[in-house]
Structures are given as C-alpha cells and as structure tokens.
Design a binder for this molecule. Structure first.
Ligand SMILES: Cc1cc2nc3c(=O)[nH]c(=O)nc-3n(C[C@H](O)[C@H](O)[C@H](O)COP(=O)(O)OP(=O)(O)OC[C@H]3O[C@@H](n4cnc5c(N)ncnc54)[C@H](O)[C@@H]3O)c2cc1C
Length: 402
C-alpha cells in the first residue's frame, strides 16, 4: 500500500548515503584517476591500437569497483542476503545521479553498471550463487549482458543465436555485438533461442546461459565514439556448457529480463540528469566569467535563456525520475514512467550538452574539453537500453493502446 500524500523530502538514509558517496568519490576515486594522469586523460595513451583499454586503466577501474564494494556502494540496491545493501530505488536513483553529477570520469565505475550484478543474476541458483552472483556483488568478477547481434538490436526476439540440447550439455552458436564489458568480462550472460518462435511465441523460447570468458571468443572491439574500448563482438562457435549454466528458466529468459527493463531505464535516466546538472553548473560558471562586448556573456539573453531552459528541463526530468523510483518502491508498474524518464531525461541531457558546448564557443569544441565526452555519451544514451523510438512506442502503447 502506498503512503498517502506526496513528499519530495528524502529520508535520512538517502541523504547520508549520497553525502558519503560524494565524499568517497572525492577522497578515494579522484586520486586513482589523478595518479593515472596522462594515461587516463589522453585518449591516445588510454587505449591500445584496437581500442582496448591499456592494462593500467583496466586495473584502476577494477580497483574503483572493489573499493566501492568494500565501502558498501557498488551493488547497494541488491538484497542484503546476496551481499547488497537493500537500499530503495529512490536512494539508488539519487546515487546514480550524484555519481554522474560529480564530474569525475572514473566515478562512472563506482555503482554497478552493465558489467555488474543486475537483477537478472539474482535468478542464480545452487553453485551459480557462489561462483557468479556473489563475486559479482563484491566486484571481484565482472560480467556482461549479451543480447544484441549484428542482425538484430531493438527486435531482439528475432535473434539468430541458438542453443541446442545435446545430452547433459547445451551447444551455443551465434555472434553478439556491442556487448559492454565484453573485452574484460569474467563471464557473460548470453541470450539464445532454444525453441523456435513458431512454437514458443515471439517472446518465448529464449534462454539465458552463463558462459565463462575462456569459452567464447572476443572477435573485435566495437568502438563507439565516446565509449571506446568498452564494447566488443563475441563469437559463440559450438560453445558447450553444462545444464547448470542455465540462468533462470529454460525458454523463459525474455520474460524474466523484461521484468528488470524498467530498472535499467531508471538508471540511465538518473545518469543523464546527473550529467545535465553537472554541465549546467559549468555553463553558469563560464557564462559568468567569460566576457564579450564588455560584459559577461551570461548577460546576453540568448545565453541566459539556454541555461534557464536547461534548468527547467532538468528539473522536470528529475521530478519524473523521482516519481518513477518512488512508484517502483511502492511495487507499482512503471513501464510507461520508465520509458518517459529514459526518453525525456536522455533528450534533456542531449539538449543541455549541445547548449553548454555553444556557450563555451570555440573552447567548447576543443579536443581537451571534457564536454565532448558528454556530447558523445548523450548520443549513446539515446540509443542503448531501448532507443528513443522504442521508448515512444512503449509510451504510445501504454498510454494510448496503440
Ligand atoms: C555503447 C553501446 C553499448 C551497448 N551495450 C550493449 C550491451 O551491453 N548488451 C547488448 O545486448 N547490447 C548493447 N548495445 C546494443 C544496443 O542495445 C542496440 O544498439 C540498441 O538496442 C539498438 O539496436 P540496433 O543498434 O540494432 O538498432 P536497430 O534496432 O536496427 O534500429 C535502427 C533504427 O531503427 C529504429 N527502429 C527499430 N525498430 C523500430 C520500431 N519498431 N519503431 C520505430 N523505430 C524503430 C531504431 O529506433 C533506430 O533508430 C550497446 C550499444 C551501444 C552503442
């Protein structure tokens, strides 16, 4: 039952966690990034020639995750009985937003993302718990979620990867593409068709398998501008896994994953809003300091309007995010809310970064300017976890039944 009335005042726990998290980023994460110095700051030194991150950077990222897990942040949204912190969706939303708003690039690894234990992994049973789920919660192992293929993304039930039963084993054949953390994962959660669509229906007949890193091939990196080195194409060429590697129900993976889609959208919405807040602060600073025609550029209405519009949109997106997180905590369906947040929040981020680059004039376009990273990231966020168009389809279907 939901509480009567509406309150936007955070409880003590949320306030404390977010304050401590901000301190953790300043005191523990920023120094790791600073110690890497040029190796991290300079994209030419950060990557190998194929795009892969150099070993020092991979180790530093793992160190950030481990320290965050030790401090109790990394997977704090998961239940306590698997080593998480059992915090509310509102707290998780605020924490994701605070990480993005910190402006510390390395902080992106503080809270579990696609490489971490997502709720799908909570379906782990028996030996899977000790071997995969618990080490992922402690950030000792990292994973990946492999659904997209060269031929299908949005229309993923039409995947061509298959798994066939052979005695006590499953044999997996197919290629996955754009898999985040694919180059570095200890194990992946790969989706494969196990019963034809004609028999099982569009969303039935898909099973999730846990496959370890030495059992598949990382064929090449998919270097997205702004996230180079993080995604790869994975090849499953007659990969044999025992029955115990099925995660969740045989033929039921798509429905089980759909249950968790809204959380992914809430997380990306929170990140987008956090980044927009960070950028608006930089925009205000620059508009105050930079002078043209004898006055700070912020005195020109065309500049102050960009900041005001950004503020208004970010404020509205944040209200949508909080409402979505709160409804999730009440156990209500948030299919439409999560799509609205993901669609609107990521588009607000895109508008804000474009305007903040404009406010910075030529300096906004410098290769050294960190906003270029945000510009690319904003573009990425409008495509991953359901494109703009897919979110609008969901909203149309939920709202108008079409
Ligand atoms: C940086 C990055 C990280 C990623 N990480 C992962 C990951 O970890 N795991 C994973 O499995 N995948 C991952 N992906 C893949 C991502 O989920 C897909 O790119 C995304 O779902 C879109 O699929 P697609 O690229 O095949 O585009 P398509 O589905 O081919 O779409 C192309 C265009 O057509 C539009 N379109 C498609 N269908 C419709 C429709 N019904 N109505 C209206 N328009 C439509 C789309 O919106 C888009 O504009 C990642 C991608 C990137 C770029």
């Amino acid at each position: 039952m939901s509480e009567p009335g509406v309150s936007f005042e955070h409880d003590e726990e949320t306030r404390m966690i977010v304050d401590n998290l901000e301190r953790f980023i300043e005191q523990e994460v920023k120094p790791i990034q600073e110690e890497l110095g040029e190796t991290y700051e300079n994209p030419r030194l950060r990557h190998e020639t194929d795009g892969r991150l150099v070993p020092e950077v991979v180790e530093a990222i793992q160190e950030v995750r481990r320290r965050s897990a030790e401090a109790g942040y990394y997977a704090m949204n998961l239940p306590e009985d698997v080593g998480g912190g059992g915090v509310s969706n509102v707290t998780w939303y605020e924490a994701k937003k605070a990480v993005a708003a910190s402006g510390v690039e390395m902080a992106e690894h503080v809270l579990a993302g696609p490489e971490g234990p997502k709720p799908l992994l909570l379906l782990a049973e028996g030996e899977q718990i000790e071997r995969y789920l618990e080490p992922a919660v402690r950030a000792e192992k990292s994973t990946a979620f492999a659904q997209t293929e060269p031929g299908v993304g949005s229309d993923s039930p039409n995947m061509s990867t298959t798994a066939e039963k052979d005695g006590d084993e499953w044999v997996i054949d197919g290629r996955k593409q754009w898999i985040t953390n694919g180059p570095y994962a200890d194990f992946v959660q790969v989706f494969a068709r196990t019963t034809p669509q004609e028999e099982a229906g569009r969303y039935g007949g898909i099973t999730c398998f846990i496959v370890e890193a030495d059992e598949y091939e990382v064929s090449s990196l998919n270097n997205a501008v702004g996230a180079e080195g993080m995604q790869a194409e994975l090849v499953f060429d007659g990969v044999r896994v025992p029955e115990e590697r099925v995660l969740g129900e045989v033929d039921g993976a798509f429905y089980q994953a759909m249950d968790f889609l809204s959380l992914g959208r809430l997380e990306l919405g929170a990140e987008a809003i956090g980044y927009a807040e960070y950028l608006l602060e930089r925009g205000v600073e620059y508009a105050t300091d930079r002078e043209a025609f004898g006055r700070p550029i912020g005195k020109f209405q065309q500049i102050s309007s960009k900041l005001a519009e950004g503020r208004a949109k970010t404020y509205a997106a944040d209200a949508a995010g909080l409402r979505c997180a709160w409804k999730m905590d009440q156990g209500e369906s948030v299919v439409e809310d999560a799509s609205i947040l993901k669609y609107y929040g990521t588009n607000v981020f895109w508008d804000v970064v474009d305007d903040v680059v404009q406010i910075h004039g030529g300096n906004g376009l410098s290769e050294d300017n960190p906003f270029m990273r945000h510009l690319h990231m904003a573009r990425i966020l409008r495509i991953v976890e359901g494109t703009d168009e897919i979110q609008l389809n969901t909203i149309a279907s939920e709202f108008a039944g079409i």
